[in-house]
Design a protein around this ligand. Structure first.
Ligand code: SF4
Length: 608
């Protein structure tokens, strides 16, 4: 039967330069579908969870979803690896066109191991793979890397993924920048590339994807895009950006300010859409086959940073590089975001690390020249981190490791869960969100579930409303949302486009494309299966119940702002939420999946 699956994966060993292809057993594809599921399976099969962070044998896995590269709206791609900063399973998603090009070249993914002797890049030209010299590219930032490669690899014909200095220097929250400037941002995939001496990957694919029912698929795409066009969220993302949520988060007391010391920032209005629209936005940008085009590309046209161009502030960068660092001038926050993009730093983690550094200096625990609100010292420190200069070397390890080295109670204000710095949504005042951070498989992450929608955003889940500060029912809510999103991450749907596409529509698209009809219940069970597989990986990597906790700041300091002011997490709250969650999941009191849970889901750990 014609389907968009190639069931062909590239395997490249940079130590030897050898490459080959492999296929997955049909039953694995049936059980894990694609995207996150296949990535989790391959990682479990090829990664020793106890290996050192940059062991050359550690795989870096690029995967697409079954609909990536088709006309199904807004499908994306992923990189899966064991994070060097959390030591946990990590899936990091990116938009743009690189994943689609890899599909057109004939691959559903690629698994890269080994370490080249000298800096190199990989060239994939349909069925041909070559390892090429990148000594001349080493040291360039991401923007310069694209410019240097473009004469040989023209835009649109070739797609590029690359790293900046942060990746080269193994900064543990370095990104992989995927053509054009869509980042696989979280968990340090860029550091993985740097450790392998892999500066870039260029790919050209000229193949077409097959579909089981092309006419049915086409009609389904048309209907899906039609309903997206009527959706208010989608309309909002078109005319605005995700930074439109900044004023709302500010009013709700959820906007991290000064390293999460406050939940509201007096200059928040300078970081939202209205402050950026007229002066800085130049055009909308859309990822492949996306009718939304939520990204706003722009430029700084005057002032000290005139000439810098690229992505303007979306919500997370505005929150973490703006409010969290007390940077309240629009152009300065945009500049810091663009600087991180050029250096190849994750803007979320960079904002958290810089905030941690500012507070450590204020408390007399760190000897560094950096201050909240001071763009010069903040940008200089970001550059030092990317190049591991001076105190930047310590901060390149992330806030958990930096706090451990500083000691003297610095862990109190190191804002992370399981080593991953939190994004720009404070958890005080939204306990379900706190539990989401505690239990996310890749560490402190808002993309594995976002209960804020139901706790403070007025949305219902399965027809049910949730009282904001209540603990009852939050574990059940969270597990169901996590299962749903893990299921959808096998297709690699976009977080934002998803607001305008129903789960039934996704399953229709999948059925027309592949001939396989999944029910909603099967989709959510698929997500639960993957959630248990990543759980097993993390337990083998050494994660324990004690790691599923929140930073002490959220337990010792009541929230100062917003309608939930005064809220904080007690140890009893943490214990209650966590034990409720383990029970809902069918895990024992230590958070270990029970044998009957694994049997019910058909999870068997895939040793090599
Ligand atoms: S909604 Fe935005 S992030 Fe999502 S696929 Fe479209 S352009 Fe990319």
């Amino acid at each position: 039967m014609a389907t968009p699956y190639h069931n062909r994966y590239l395997q490249i060993d940079l130590s030897t330069g050898a490459w080959s292809t492999f296929s997955l057993p049909e039953d694995v594809l049936a059980r894990y579908v694609g995207g996150k599921g296949v990535g989790a399976y391959l990682l479990a099969q090829h990664q020793d969870p106890r290996a050192e962070p940059f062991d050359p044998g550690n795989p870096l896995i690029f995967v697409a979803g079954p609909l990536t590269g088709t006309r199904a709206p807004s499908m994306r791609s992923a990189v899966v690896f064991q994070s060097p900063v959390t030591r946990l399973f990590t899936d990091s998603y990116y938009g743009g066109f690189f994943g689609q090009e890899l599909k057109a070249a004939g691959y559903d993914g690629m698994l890269i191991t080994g370490q080249a002797i000298h800096p190199c890049y990989i060239e994939i030209d349909d069925g041909q793979v070559a390892i090429k010299d990148a000594v001349g590219l080493w040291g360039l930032d991401t923007f310069e890397t694209y410019d240097a490669l473009r004469p040989d690899y023209p835009e649109r014909e070739w797609r590029i993924a690359c790293i900046g200095p942060a990746g080269e220097n193994r900064v543990k929250y370095a990104v992989i920048d995927c053509d054009p400037h869509r980042q696989a941002g979280r968990g340090g995939g860029g550091a993985m590339m740097g450790a392998k001496h892999l500066k870039a990957i260029v790919v050209r694919g000229t193949g077409e994807l097959s579909l089981t029912d092309p006419q049915g698929f086409k009609a389904c795409v048309r209907a899906t895009v039609g309903s997206m066009n009527e959706n208010d969220y989608i309309k909002g993302f078109r005319v605005g950006s995700t930074a439109a949520s900044i004023p709302w988060a500010d009013v709700e007391g959820l906007l991290p300010t000064r390293n999460f010391q406050r939940g509201s920032f007096p200059l928040a209005s300078e970081l939202g859409d209205e402050a950026q629209r007229e002066k800085y936005w130049d055009r909308n940008f859309a990822c492949a086959a996306c009718p939304v085009a939520c990204s706003k590309e722009g430029s700084l046209k005057e002032g000290p940073y005139a000439g810098m161009a690229g992505d303007t502030l979306e919500y997370e960068s505005a929150g973490m590089l703006g409010a969290n660092l007390a940077v309240g001038k629009t152009d300065e926050a945009i500049y810091l975001g663009l600087l991180c993009d050029r250096l190849g730093l994750d803007t979320i983690s960079a904002g958290s690390v810089l905030g941690f550094a500012c507070e450590a200096v204020e408390r007399g625990l760190l000897d560094a020249d950096v201050r909240f609100g001071d763009i010069e010292s903040l940008s200089a420190l970001a550059d030092d981190i990317a190049h591991r200069r001076g105190v930047g070397d310590l901060l390149a390890e992330g806030v958990r490791a930096a706090a451990a080295q500083i000691g003297a109670g610095a862990d109190y204000f190191a804002i992370h869960v399981k080593g991953l710095e939190l994004p720009a949504w404070g958890p005080r005042g939204v306990p379900g969100m706190g539990l989401a951070y505690m239990t996310a498989d890749r560490g402190g992450c808002h993309q594995r579930a976002f209960p804020i929608l139901y706790e403070a955003g007025g949305e219902t889940w399965q027809g049910q409303s949730y009282e904001r500060l209540a603990l009852d029912g939050k574990a059940q809510l969270l597990a169901e949302v996590q299962n749903r999103l893990a299921g959808l991450d096998t297709l690699i749907t976009c977080d934002f486009a998803r607001y305008g596409i129903t789960d039934e529509q996704y399953l229709d698209l999948f059925a027309y494309a592949t001939g396989r009809r999944l029910s909603l219940a099967e989709l959510y069970t698929l997500g639960e299966r993957i959630w248990n597989l990543t759980r097993l990986f993390n337990l083998k990597a050494g994660m324990t119940k004690a790691d599923e906790d929140l930073p002490r700041r959220f337990k010792d300091e009541p929230l100062a702002d917003g309608p939930a002011a005064g809220h904080y997490f007690t140890d009893a709250d943490i214990e209650r939420l966590r034990s409720d969650y383990y029970a809902v999941r069918g895990w024992d009191e230590h958070g270990v999946p029970k044998p009957e849970t694994l049997r019910r889901l058909g999870v068997v750990y895939p040793h090599a």
